[in-house]
Design a protein around this ligand. Structure first.
Ligand SMILES: O=c1[nH]cnc2c1ncn2[C@@H]1O[C@H](COP(=O)(O)OP(=O)(O)O)[C@@H](O)[C@H]1O
Length: 212
């Protein structure tokens, strides 16, 4: 009944807008499906064409539905915690690296709740790795249970913008993303300071105003 009142108070548009909640608040939402996803990243000194700094390797994946998203998935009732559920999903999607690399509570970043089309909570995690660990995940992802089925491939996010003003991050942002993964990506880049705010704003503007 309380929920019906809550719904009546907000017009449809308002209900469509996801909202940020604390982990504690999110965990009290029993009749919502919970999903966890993670942004894995590592610093690099490598340069594209020997001149464009790559800065960080950030991993996303091409999903079975043709959309981009982060590795992760739904947390089951049988998972002891959000982290347990996420580690299980990472083993399935990214492979044996996640027998040893474990996500912990320290990697938790934020939770977002949505009411429509289905009631759900998405929990976002971030974890800094070494470049060697990232490369090993990429190689071992071919041996993951979901490789070639639910996961079409692990991809790196280009963080630079090329001279044409669109190639790189703006073009990447023009892809189709699952759920709120695009806003999670931008939030991750911002909050971890992997890019400056003006670089992020420029990339968003260029991705929306592609004249090239
Ligand atoms: O990267 C992501 N960030 C945020 N939400 C996502 C991401 N990928 C999938 N989702 C959403 O999370 C839920 C679980 O989807 P997913 O395909 O990851 O689960 P599964 O692997 O357990 O089937 C769905 O509601 C989906 O829309």
């Amino acid at each position: 009944m309380a929920q019906a009142t809550h719904y009546n108070k907000y017009p449809q548009e308002e209900r469509r807008r996801p909202r940020i909640v604390s982990r504690e608040e999110a965990m009290e939402l029993q009749d919502y499906r919970h999903a966890c996803h993670i942004m894995l990243y590592a610093p690099t000194i490598a340069k594209l064409f020997g001149r464009v700094p790559i800065r960080y390797v950030v991993l996303m994946m091409m999903r079975y539905d043709g959309r981009l998203g982060f590795p992760g998935g739904f947390v089951d009732m049988k998972d002891a915690s959000l982290e347990d559920g996420l580690n299980r999903e990472l083993l399935e999607e990214l492979g044996p690296s996640f027998n040893t690399l474990k996500v912990t509570e320290e990697n938790y970043k934020s939770s977002q709740v949505r009411e429509v089309p289905l009631k759900g909570v998405t929990h976002f995690f971030v974890k800094e790795l070494t470049l060697e660990e990232i490369e090993s995940i990429e190689k071992e992802s071919f041996n993951a249970k979901d490789h070639g089925s639910e996961v079409m491939g692990v991809v790196r996010v280009p963080l630079y913008t090329l001279r044409d003003g669109f190639g790189g991050l703006p073009a990447f942002l023009s892809n189709n993303f699952i759920g709120n993964s695009k806003s999670q990506l931008l939030y991750g880049l911002r909050s971890l300071r992997l890019l400056r705010e003006d670089q992020i704003q420029d990339a968003i503007w260029c991705s929306q105003n592609n004249q090239y």
